[in-house]
Design a binder for this molecule. Structure first.
Ligand code: HEC
Ligand code: HEC
Ligand code: HEC
Ligand code: HEC
Length: 151
């Protein structure tokens, strides 16, 4: 009896392991991401590296602070779900300046459509808040701190 339940437990845990392996095998969670979106035909600025793992583990930022899928205004993305690139939804490069007499896009409209606005809102808004909370923190908030001069 004891032996049998042990065997059942073993089979069950192996099955669970395969299940998780299946989930994780589909998409690797990168340690670092060199941000290089194809929506920008040419990068004017130096590429930025996001210390992806550090942000999650050391800086304790939950995945869903950065990854989202909205349904009825709520973020329904959860860990284990597929992650799409930001530019899959924020599909255009940068909002053009409004011409004389044209209505200006709101901040929200820019974020929705343009990768430039979405990514800077994500990275820079959090960094500014972190710096405000602790001015001694080494969080990049200025252009050149993230985009060092191109070599
Ligand atoms: C916290 C880091 C960070 C800061 C600060 C920052 N950026 Fe960026 N910037 C990024 C990231 C990440 C991207 C997305 C790059 C990609 O995916 O290709 C980006 C994209 C860009 C792009 C479009 C790509 C290119 O190279 O042409 C420009 C232009 C740009 N940033 C200019 C600026 C300017 C100007 C400032 C200051 C007002 C600034 N950035 C501040 C992180 C930052
Ligand atoms: C600080 C913000 C942030 C946090 C926290 C974060 N990510 Fe990311 N993640 C990103 C960005 C930005 C990218 C690059 C997306 C792109 O290139 O458009 C990325 C890329 C990924 C990718 C690769 C997607 C691809 O197609 O290349 C996966 C998978 C992923 N993240 C999963 C996770 C998981 C799981 C967690 C939590 C354990 C997490 N991320 C935490 C911002 C974050
Ligand atoms: C599946 C489509 C989709 C993907 C992928 C996606 N977004 Fe979004 N994003 C949206 C939608 C829709 C909204 C508007 C949500 C609202 O306000 O109702 C939004 C809103 C935002 C906002 C403003 C609200 C907030 O959550 O702070 C930022 C910033 C943002 N996205 C950045 C990113 C970044 C960075 C990535 C990649 C790591 C990303 N998005 C990937 C669809 C997407
Ligand atoms: C929700 C908050 C948050 C978001 C979103 C976020 N960061 Fe950060 N980031 C931090 C904090 C906090 C630190 C500094 C932690 C410390 O030094 O204790 C940091 C530090 C950094 C640093 C310097 C140290 C390092 O790890 O390389 C870079 C570069 C950086 N972030 C890039 C980015 C980029 C690029 C994005 C957007 C794709 C981003 N961050 C999004 C919170 C955030």
């Amino acid at each position: 009896m004891k032996k049998r339940s042990l065997a059942v437990l073993l089979v069950a845990s192996v099955a669970v392991m395969f299940l998780f392996a299946g989930v994780y095998a589909t998409q690797e969670v990168p340690d670092n991401v060199v941000m290089d979106s194809k929506v920008f035909p040419k990068h004017k600025k130096a590429l930025v590296t996001l210390s992806h793992k550090k942000h999650n583990v050391d800086y304790k930022i939950p995945c869903a602070d950065c990854h989202h899928v909205y349904k009825d205004g709520k973020n329904v993305w959860k860990e284990g779900d597929e992650v799409q690139k930001c530019d899959a939804c924020h599909t255009e490069a940068k909002a053009p300046k409004a011409k004389e007499g044209e209505p200006k896009l709101s901040k929200q409209e820019k974020i929705m459509k343009y990768m430039y606005s979405a990514i800077h809102e994500n990275c820079v808004a959090c960094h500014k808040a972190a710096k405000k909370a602790d001015p001694a923190k080494a969080v990049p908030t200025k252009c050149a701190e993230c985009h060092p001069k191109k070599k």
